[in-house]
Design a protein around this ligand. Structure first.
Ligand code: MG
Length: 258
């Protein structure tokens, strides 16, 4: 009996301590002020939790992405502006521009997060805009320039990561010719109301993990030698990749609608 009592006495503080530990890590608070502009308390336990998305390994598609190119087929694409199949060469896990024209996705996208990997030709054969030129055309209208900008003199708003003809990249983050490079792009489509622009498009770009465009507002659709302007269009449009006559390679393309 004495032993039992002694054990209970010894255990009591431990149990008490365990309870205190739990109280030290509550899963929220309701006695806190409201977060301005919301109906939620600071640290509100009832505020909806973020949806779980499983990340892919080594830049592969996360669980909620639309895979646009997995290295095997261009079934998600067709030739731009037609119903013909995309005829770029698919070999060795990548798709290569081959002069058959630009391609676009069958599916349309507006606000999105895009991951795409590209490599310019290892053999440098031209210069300025003739060197590894291609492009990621968001909504088929707004180009994030793809170019071999490694020790290649060309105009600033035509370099890799440039919002072509409008905004040069914040830095030149180009790898050497032939090396694989990544773009991670966050795009907000423009909004139109009654035929007029209500909110311009906005683009963030990371090239090889380096910020090259920081929520930059676009001035309009991409033009060559002409000032950009907006023309009203649908909320979602196909994503396009440019055939500019250089054998650019692409791989691991996935997109998440936002
Ligand atoms: Mg281009």
């Amino acid at each position: 009996m004495k032993l039992l009592l002694l054990t209970a006495l010894l255990l009591a503080p431990a149990l008490l301590f365990a309870n205190t530990l739990q109280d030290k890590h509550p899963t929220g608070y309701t006695d806190t002020p409201l977060v301005p502009g919301t109906k939620w308390h600071v640290h509100d336990p009832d505020r909806p939790l973020p949806r779980v998305v499983t990340p892919g390994a080594n830049n592969s598609a996360p669980s909620d992405a639309v895979v646009l190119f997995d290295g095997k087929s261009l079934d998600a694409w067709h030739k731009q502006g037609s119903n013909d199949a995309a005829a770029w060469k698919v070999e060795g896990g990548c798709a290569e521009v081959n002069g058959t024209g630009s391609i676009e996705t069958k599916e349309s996208f507006g606000d999105c997060q895009l991951h795409i990997e590209w490599a310019t030709p290892a053999k440098v054969e031209s210069d300025s805009q003739g060197r590894g030129n291609s492009g990621v055309f968001l909504m088929g209208l707004y180009e994030v320039q793809v170019l071999d900008s490694y020790e290649n003199r060309t105009y600033a708003d035509g370099q890799a990561s440039a919002l072509y003809g409008q905004f040069p990249p914040l830095v030149n983050a180009c790898r050497r010719p032939g090396e694989w490079q990544t773009y991670d792009i966050i795009f907000r489509a423009p909004r139109f109301e009654n035929g007029k622009l209500a909110k311009p498009a906005r683009v963030t770009v990371l090239q090889n993990g380096i910020l090259t465009q920081d929520a930059q507002e676009l001035l309009g659709a991409t033009m060559h030698r002409v000032a950009p302007e907006y023309t009203e269009h649908a909320a979602e449009l196909p994503l396009a990749l440019q055939d500019h006559g250089n054998p650019e390679r692409y791989r691991n393309i996935w997109i998440r609608k936002l």
